[in-house]
Design a protein around this ligand. Structure first.
Ligand SMILES: [Fe+2]
Ligand SMILES: [Fe+2]
Length: 260
């Protein structure tokens, strides 16, 4: 059995801080840790410093999303086997949309885990069809348990992906909306599902941003500068137990900083 922790979008300095302080204290409970790092550097994208902080904290791999290309440094990082960019991008896009890992589980045996990152298309920038991309990926041999981070805006698109992969993937976990949903379940055939894992970043924010910018923008309908909210942060994710390629358990994980 594999115990896998998935941590939702790490956002800016508060997100990096709570991950770096908390993940090491729980890391030994898991065989494998996946962290979405698409907002790690200042709220947009991933740079070398944030890559190093996330991996040193205990992440075995980092997934991305619609902000994947925000920092040029990400192109130097893409050859690293721990970094996974969205799958459904044009042929020739650098990096990998999925990676196979051999993980030592609680039996002491090595078990294959394939981590995939894909982008949704509803209310998002154009990308390839994530459903057909996953269908094609699943024809490949030796994937073992497939764990998808589906980075999408629309609840319906994420729910449809869960149903589409039910019994074919071990987990379909949504990211991007930064708010954890309460629909944690195992779909028929052993697919762990949650519409959104929630994010890892500042509380009392507007999905990570200091409220002043977004509130001004909504009230005046003029553009405003967005900054990362300071102060106490939360960490959100899910824990999935996988046996023989199928999920047998999923639960939400939530931690909040205190005294900041
Ligand atoms: Fe995103
Ligand atoms: Fe995000």
């Amino acid at each position: 059995m594999l115990r896998v922790l998935f941590v939702g979008d790490v956002y800016g300095k508060p997100g990096r801080r709570v991950l770096a302080s908390h993940l090491p204290t729980i890391r030994s409970q898991f065989h494998f840790v996946i962290v979405n790092g698409e907002n790690a550097a200042g709220g947009f994208g991933l740079n070398r410093e944030s890559f190093n902080i996330i991996t040193r904290a205990g992440a075995d791999c980092i997934t991305l999303g619609n902000h994947a290309w925000h920092h040029k440094e990400v192109f130097d990082l893409l050859p690293d086997p721990r970094l996974i960019r969205p799958l459904n991008l044009p042929l020739g896009t650098p990096g990998n949309g999925f990676r196979r890992f051999d993980v030592i589980g609680d039996t002491g045996r090595s078990e294959r885990l394939t981590v995939v990152n894909a982008l949704g298309r509803v209310f998002m920038e154009p990308s390839g069809n994530p459903f057909t991309a996953l269908d094609e990926l699943l024809t490949r041999p030796d994937l073992g348990a497939v764990f998808l981070d589906f980075h999408a805006e629309a609840t319906s698109e994420k729910a449809a992906m869960g149903q589409f992969l039910a019994g074919r993937a071990a987990a379909v976990i949504g990211t991007h909306t930064h708010v954890a949903t309460a629909d944690t379940r195992i779909l028929p055939g052993g697919t762990a599902f949650q519409t959104d894992a929630g994010f890892t970043g500042p509380m009392d924010s507007v999905i990570g941003a200091d409220p002043s910018g977004p509130v001004q923008r909504f009230t005046t309908e003029l553009p405003h500068r967005f900054g990362v909210k300071e102060g106490a942060a939360e960490l959100n994710g899910v824990i999935v137990h996988i046996q023989d390629g199928r999920a047998v358990q999923i639960e939400r994980y939530h931690y909040e900083e205190e005294g900041l």
